[in-house]
Design a protein around this ligand. Structure first.
Ligand code: MG
Length: 369
């Protein structure tokens, strides 16, 4: 099997409502997503998507993906897409780093492998586990009352696992937000407070040690070293997210005892191939994971759910469906959907989502014949 053509689309994905995180520091109203379809000489095609969460969240942006694809896509013409680690090495040699550019290509190659094997990706990534994949809500920053209201809306949609965005200029306001949400917590619900790097260590330690919980805290500070300093000064479990980009980063975190949780986002770490490797290390290390993507449609979310469904439940926390927050649906009725706070990996071979060409519109680039 050989890759004959790679087609690229750009699509703006509007959010249902403006979204603030890091205490309002980062505001988002729409996402810039890039879709790729890889065609082969055997009539099998695979889909991939790359969608950073805006331009301010990570060192990644939509235009960067499309510029990177212009470098990388031509190199894949004539290659066998089923040889995933051969492809990975080729891409890493041609363009070191820039994992967020490669994720969509890697995802599309996995989709082709699944279709060629006649299996959903979960059965190639470890095997479908019993039971559903638990989802978490994403609660934007606001006043304590606003945030309690957002959680109640999410609860009405079935969510029992909430990721609330905190991290403001005032420690007292964050303490008030957290205490309000802990007081409103229902039996069986899990709360994560995600600062998205907003705190300096002093603020993080002050806030985290002031609240009783039960609660997990995610990416309290900008750097790994700052997060480690905080972890050593608090009793609450910590999730690392933005500061874990590579296998080496996670090795160091495991050796340092820096975290009990990992935000494993496909686009940030460079695709399913690298995410699977991190997943395996996290499982061996006893680090629980939120397996998801950094943003995007039902396509990228379903790819992440395929990996989550192939990961034994005790090693998982929850998965986020970004597309639950969008007004545009690229594949109505398809893929992993919120079903009362849980979801399932699609049964179809590959990822299980075929975006509608009428939604994607005209391609922005075509590589190969
Ligand atoms: Mg996070």
């Amino acid at each position: 099997m050989r890759i004959t053509r790679i087609t690229v689309w750009q699509l703006t994905l509007p959010l249902k409502k403006p979204y603030r995180l890091s205490g309002g520091r980062l505001l988002f109203e729409e996402l810039d997503s890039t879709f790729v379809r890889i065609d082969t000489d055997q009539g099998v095609s695979g889909w991939g998507e790359g969608c950073p969460w805006g331009v301010t969240y990570l060192p990644a942006f939509g235009k960067g993906i499309r510029a990177g694809l212009a470098e990388l896509a031509p190199l894949l013409i004539g290659r066998d897409p089923r040889r995933l680690e051969v492809i990975e090495r080729l891409l890493d040699t041609a363009l070191p780093g820039h994992g967020y550019v490669k994720s969509a290509l890697d995802m599309a190659c996995w989709d082709i492998l699944g279709k060629a094997c006649g299996l959903p990706l979960c059965d190639l990534l470890g095997g479908r586990t019993e039971g559903p994949v638990v989802l978490h809500s994403s609660i934007p920053s606001g006043t304590p009352d606003e945030m309690v209201g957002f959680v109640r809306e999410a609860r009405a949609a079935g969510y029992r696992f909430h990721s609330a965005k905190v991290g403001g200029a005032e420690a007292d306001l964050d303490i008030a937000r957290i205490e309000a949400l802990v007081a409103d917590r229902q039996a069986g619900e899990t709360l994560t407070f995600d600062a998205n790097r907003a705190w300096l260590p002093a603020e993080a330690i002050q806030v985290m040690n002031a609240v009783a919980g039960p609660a997990w805290f995610e990416q309290p500070c900008e750097t790994y070293a700052q997060c480690l300093q905080v972890r050593r000064a608090t009793r609450h479990p910590v999730i690392l997210d933005e500061c874990i980009l590579t296998f080496d980063d996670l090795l160091r975190a495991q050796a340092d005892g820096a975290c009990e949780g990992l935000g494993l986002k496909l686009n940030r770490v460079g695709g399913l191939t690298k995410a699977r490797r991190l997943r395996d290390l996290a499982m061996a290390a006893g680090i629980r994971m939120n397996i998801e993507d950094s943003g995007g449609s039902v396509l990228s979310a379903s790819a992440a759910v395929q990996l989550a469904a192939a990961t034994p439940a005790p090693h998982r926390r929850a998965t986020w469906l970004c597309h639950d927050m969008l007004t545009l649906d690229v594949a109505p009725g398809q893929g992993a959907r919120n079903d009362g706070g849980v979801t399932q990996a699609p049964d179809q071979p590959g990822i299980g989502v075929e975006p509608g060409l009428e939604v994607l519109g005209e391609p922005v680039a075509v590589y190969g014949g």
